[in-house]
Structures are given as structure tokens and as C-alpha cells.
Design a protein around this ligand. Structure first.
Ligand code: SF4
Length: 451
């Protein structure tokens, strides 16, 4: 999810409050960082500006994952300097300040990811807060940048894995999990504030709590372990849809899938498999015993037949042969994943994979990407068509005069398909309605509200 436009402001007394223009780039995890920084600034009386020009300072939360994301971040910094002149940079790219300084020596301050206090301190240095406790009331759940009815819930920072194409552990450090009670308190606040769907995110959700040795923390009348299963079960009791992102196929995921079968959490797993050929997985240094993944997927489907699996893959990784690539296509035919994204391998500065030989030529990458997409499209088509005729709950994202846009339990916001819902009464965003699915295409479903 990238958004290079300044985030729309929140209105208050325009005469008194210092104004910050905020640009949030990168993944949902970066978006959560942006929310925390903005919540803090709002609590101190700052306003968000709708444009760089009208702001006292601009904060750019950068993404440094791929070279293309870095280029987008540098663009956003350049634009902010041209339109405003007072710019603070934070986020993943801030972990390597030299390249920002080289390109833009006039940037006022650079802080790394999760450095909330440093960013806020840098804003204070440029434009001090004009705090007034009577006017600076903010909602207890903080400021959300997602629509009101869904919210991302970050359960940990960092990652203990060392995938060869990734520099996230270098940028964000090893896994640091939040205690279970802290996560649950935040989730409960969100639900009380009207959130209907919670999207659980981290770098490796299934590893949650490992660093805490699964320590218990007090929640209501009991203690809850910082463990994927325990957290999923408790979140499932809060009365909202709960969707799990960035899960790896470890054996203990089976018990979480059982919660899906019970209807406690959504029957949805976002698992970035990235490849299937053993040799490529090894070169990628991927976590989980991915060679046995097909068996694992079959076991999950036996537990929860309605389970939807979404994944992403990289084609053209260094050393990937035609044989490896065909292995991947055959694997996809067997795995029958519901939603799939595919990227062509791109070297990331500082990643160990750059040292691997045998880089796949661009035209071969391109050709494999097209074959991959065509192959998967036929699989997705069949799965989508199998849903026609079913009556399923759909959460409405966007109201419309005759047709509203929503999502089934099998679709996450921003990355998966849309369900177009015809209805004889107006539907509200956040409402969950039963929809009879009448038509399907490769990505989207179409139906009528029946209750
Ligand atoms: S699991 Fe691998 S790709 Fe994901 S953040 Fe950790 S090291 Fe990077």
C-alpha cells in the first residue's frame, strides 16, 4: 500500500494550531507507524495540513524495501522540499541516512523506523506545540488512517528470519512482540470505537511471542500467553472480524486454522510463500518447512474447508531455472491458492541475495511473470466461479446509490477482490450484509443483498 499524496487533514481551529503535512509510504506496518506519530502530534495540538504549502513542516514516512520504493520515497522528499522547504524524514529509509543526505542536504532531520519520539521531537524543534488540553481531545483509539470500520493491529516489530532478499531485519531489528494484554487492549478500544474488522499484521505473525518466551499477561479475569493461538482465540472473542496476515506454515498454525473452522476468526491466511522449488527456497533462506507445504495446505483444508489462502511469489530469483519455474507452476496447480500476487525479483541494496550468481535476464523474468499470471488466473477463475450461488456475509467498504462495494471473508482490503452488492435499501460502510453471489470474474464477485 503506497500513498504518496499528503494525508487529508482533520479540522480544528486553523488560526491557533501548528500544521504538519504528512506523507505515508510503504506497507501496512509503516501505516501503523504513521498513525502512532499522527496520534501523538494530534494529542499535542498539531493539525494535519491538506497540502505541503500550507504546513509549518512536512514529515515523510519512507519505505526502503525495494529500489523502486526508495525512488518513490526520494521523489516524495524532493516534492516536499520544493513545495515547503521544511522536511523531516522517517521510516525504513531513515535507517540509512547517508543516501537521503547525499540527495537532499537540506532535510531538517532523519530518523529510522519506529522512532516515534525522535520524529515528534524533530517536529517540536521546527514548530513547538501549542497545547491546549481543552481543545486537543483525540479519540481514545488514536487517529486511524484506514476507514473507520477496519483497522490494522500490529502485534510485533522486527523479524528473526534472514531471508536473503530482504533487509527488514537490518532496518527493524529482531522480533520484538507486544505483550498479549497490550494488543488485546488496543483491539478492544478499536472495536468499541466502531471497528468491524481487525487486520493482524507483523513481519512474521506465526512467530508472535517467541522473544517473550510466550509470557502471560493479565487480561480481564485471566492471563493470556503471548502466543499466536492464544492471541487469535482472544481476538476472536471481541466481536469483530479478525484477519491474519503474514503467517508462515509452521505446524502450530494448524490449531489457529481450527479457530477458523469454529468461526472465531476469518477463514483467511495470508502466507507469503515466495516460491515452491526447494532449491530456490533454500537460496531465499525462507522460514518454515516449505517443502512440505502442500501437505500442510491439504491438512488445513480438511480442518476448515472454506479457508482462503492468499500469497505472494517472486519469479526470476537468482539461479531460478526453467525447471524450477515449472515446478512452481505445477505447485500452484496443486495448491489452488485463492489470491496470488507475483513480483519479478529486484535486487535490494544491502541484501545478501545480491551476491548470488546467475541473475535471471530481465526478458526471462518478464516472460515467466506473464506465464505465472496466466496460469494462476485460470486457477482463480475456477475458485471464484465455485462461489456463485452461495449466500455469504459481506462487509461494506463503500456505499453507492444502487451498488455498494464490499468484501467477503475471503478478501482483505486493498490487496484482494471486491464484491459488488446490489441492494434495494441503502447500505452503510461497515455494515455486514448477507449477499447472494450471482456472478464472478477473475478478481471480483457480484451479487444482491438478501438480508
Ligand atoms: S520473514 Fe523474511 S522476508 Fe519477511 S521480514 Fe523476515 S526476513 Fe524479511
Amino acid at each position: 500500500m503506497t500513498d504518496s499524496a499528503p494525508i487529508a487533514g482533520i479540522t480544528a481551529d486553523p488560526a491557533a494550531a501548528p500544521k504538519v503535512s504528512f506523507v505515508s509510504l510503504g506497507c501496512p506496518k509503516a501505516l501503523v507507524d504513521s498513525e502512532r506519530i499522527i496520534t501523538q502530534l494530534r494529542a499535542e495540538g498539531y493539525e494535519l495540513s491538506r497540502s505541503h504549502a500550507g504546513a509549518d513542516v512536512v514529515v515523510v514516512n519512507t519505505c526502503g524495501f525495494l529500489d523502486s520504493a526508495k525512488a518513490e520515497s526520494l521523489d516524495a522528499i524532493g516534492k516536499a522540499l520544493a513545495e515547503n522547504g521544511k522536511v523531516i524524514v522517517t521510516g525504513c529509509m531513515g535507517a540509512e541516512p547517508a543516501q537521503i543526505r547525499d540527495a537532499f542536504p537540506d532535510v531538517l532531520a532523519i530518523t529510522g523506523p519506529q522512532a516515534y519520539e525522535s520524529v515528534v521531537g524533530a517536529v517540536h524543534a521546527v514548530v513547538p506545540p501549542a497545547h491546549d488540553p481543552f481543545v486537543d481531545l483525540i479519540p481514545p483509539q488514536g487517529v486511524k488512517l484506514t476507514p473507520r470500520h477496519y483497522a490494522y493491529l500490529k502485534i510485533s516489530e522486527g523479524c528473526n528470519n534472514r531471508c536473503s532478499f530482504c533487509i527488514i531485519p537490518k532496518l527493524r531489528g529482531d522480533l520484538v512482540s507486544r505483550p498479549a494484554a497490550e494488543v488485546l487492549r488496543e483491539a478492544e478500544k478499536l472495536v468499541k470505537a466502531g471497528v468491524k474488522e481487525i487486520l493482524v499484521i507483523s513481519q512474521d505473525t506465526s512467530a508472535y511471542g517467541l522473544d517473550l518466551k510466550y509470557a502471560e499477561s493479565p487480561w480481564k479475569d485471566r492471563s493470556v500467553r503471548a502466543k499466536f493461538f492464544d492471541l487469535a482465540r482472544e481476538l476472536g472473542d471481541l466481536g469483530a472480524w479478525v484477519r491474519m496476515h503474514y503467517v508462515y506454515p509452521y505446524p502450530h498454525v494448524d490449531e489457529v486454522v481450527a479457530l477458523m473452522a469454529e468461526g472465531k476468526i476469518l477463514p483467511y491466511l495470508d502466507i507469503p510463500f515466495q516460491h515452491a522449488a526447494p532449491k530456490v527456497l533454500k537460496a531465499m533462506r525462507r522460514p518454515g518447512n516449505q517443502e512440505k507445504t502442500l501437505d500442510r495446505i491439504a491438512a488445513w483444508r480438511a480442518i476448515a474447508p472454506d479457508l482462503a489462502i492468499r500469497s505472494t511469489f517472486i519469479v526470476g530469483f537468482p539461479g531460478e531455472t526453467e525447471e524450477d519455474f515449472r515446478f512452481l507452476l505445477d505447485w500452484l496447480s496443486e495448491a489452488k491458492l485463492d489470491r496470488v500476487g507475483c513480483f519479478k525479483y529486484e535486487p535490494v541494496a544491502g541484501a545478501p541475495a545480491n551476491a548470488l550468481g546467475d541473475h535471471v535476464p530481465r526478458e526471462v523474468q518478464e516472460e515467466r511473470w506473464h506465464r505465472f499470471m496466466k496460469h494462476q488466473q485460470a486457477i482463480s477463475d475456477r475458485l471464484q466461479r465455485a462461489r456463485v450461488g452461495r449466500r455469504v456475509p459481506v462487509i461494506i467498504d463503500e456505499a453507492g446509490p444502487t451498488v455498494a462495494k464490499g468484501r467477503t471473508k475471503w478478501d482483505a482490503p486493498e490487496i484482494d477482490g471486491t464484491t459488488y452488492v446490489a441492494s434495494c435499501r441503502p447500505l452503510r460502510a461497515g455494515e455486514i450484509v448477507t449477499v447472494k453471489i450471482e456472478r464472478a470474474d477473475a478478481y471480483d464477485l457480484h451479487g444482491t443483498a438478501v438480508g
